[in-house]
Design a protein around this ligand. Structure first.
Ligand code: PLP
Length: 289
């Protein structure tokens, strides 16, 4: 399932830009979406190579990573279990996880914090089990995400990406470094206090001067939004025909327009936005619109 993908680079018409392109990783798969596909590719390969048959991972009740892991597990012949943060709930995303056969174990926020301990308690003696960190953060994930860069057939002045853990950004940074590109990598953390992303990236690759962290586009924090961001989503989607999600990609796209308005980038620059997918995230925010 990880052989062939459809992720074209599309030019979009959005004033004032004349060279704005989108890498459509959102089109790779509706459920193993965007960067989650990139991250899981080598994780599942490693699990298989180590004869593991049961994926165990972690996430919130609206985690794109859980849906992606559930779908990838079902299609690749793995069992899957997820520890879900917080009290037991039902929602669209967990429904999809369950339909794919993922076992859900709800744990309170305190217990959720110690993932190694949770794993040891439930799966410590299960030699078929394979630990996948929250969001898939790992060297394998970084390697998978670096392939976004090797797939490109043109060069860009700027590449933009949203960051949660920073693993995807680390992969892009590594890819840019390895290819010796002059491209600036603009990373937009979606959490408050996003400067920790630099530490995360430095776990996997050296921080080089192509990296620019924009920590002021969190709109109040993770999964928080504002009327301005919601209005931006509606306008952008109507004008470009490309859906974006409020948790990640909307904050990244917003930053491109805002940085241009501030003259930090220019409307004629060659800009590539990575659409990391995650559109099911809209379901978690449906009351806000
Ligand atoms: C998970 C996710 C991200 C964040 O990726 P990290 O590697 O954790 O930084 C970005 N965009 C979307 C749509 C996601 O689902």
């Amino acid at each position: 399932m990880f052989e062939e993908i459809y992720s074209p680079v599309q030019k979009i018409d959005a004033a004032p830009f004349s060279n704005l392109f989108v890498k459509r990783d959102d089109l790779i798969d509706p459920y193993i979406s965007g960067n989650k596909w990139r991250k899981l590719k080598y994780i599942l390969q490693k699990a298989k190579a180590s004869s593991k048959t049961h994926l165990v991972t972690f996430g919130g009740a609206y985690s794109n990573h859980l849906v992606a892991t559930a779908a990838a597990a079902a299609r690749s012949g793995f069992k899957a279990t997820a520890f879900v943060r917080g009290e037991e709930v039902k929602n669209e995303m967990l429904l999809i996880c369950s339909l794919y056969g993922m076992e859900l174990i709800f744990v309170d926020r305190e217990r959720y914090k110690n993932k190694a301990e949770l794993y040891a308690d439930y799966f410590g003696s299960n030699s078929a089990a394979y630990f996948i960190n929250e969001g898939g953060a790992s060297a394998e994930a970084v390697m998978g995400c670096s392939e976004i860069i090797t797939e490109l057939t043109a060069t860009y002045d700027h590449i933009f990406v949203a960051a949660g853990t920073g693993t995807t950004a680390a992969g892009l940074s590594k890819g840019i470094e390895e290819q010796g590109l002059k491209t600036k990598l603009h990373v937009v953390p979606v959490l408050k206090g996003g400067s920790f992303i630099a530490d995360e990236i430095s776990l996997y690759t050296e921080i080089s001067n192509h990296l620019i962290l924009h920590t002021d586009y969190h709109f109040g924090g993770y999964a928080k939004t504002t009327p301005e961001l919601l209005a931006f989503i509606k306008r952008f989607t109507r004008e470009t025909g490309i859906l974006i999600d409020p948790v990640y990609t909307a904050k990244m796209f917003y930053s491109i327009f805002d940085l241009c308005a501030q003259n930090q980038i220019h409307s004629t620059d060659r800009i590539l936005a990575i659409h990391t997918g995650g559109l099911l995230g809209l379901l978690g925010m449906k009351e806000k619109f």
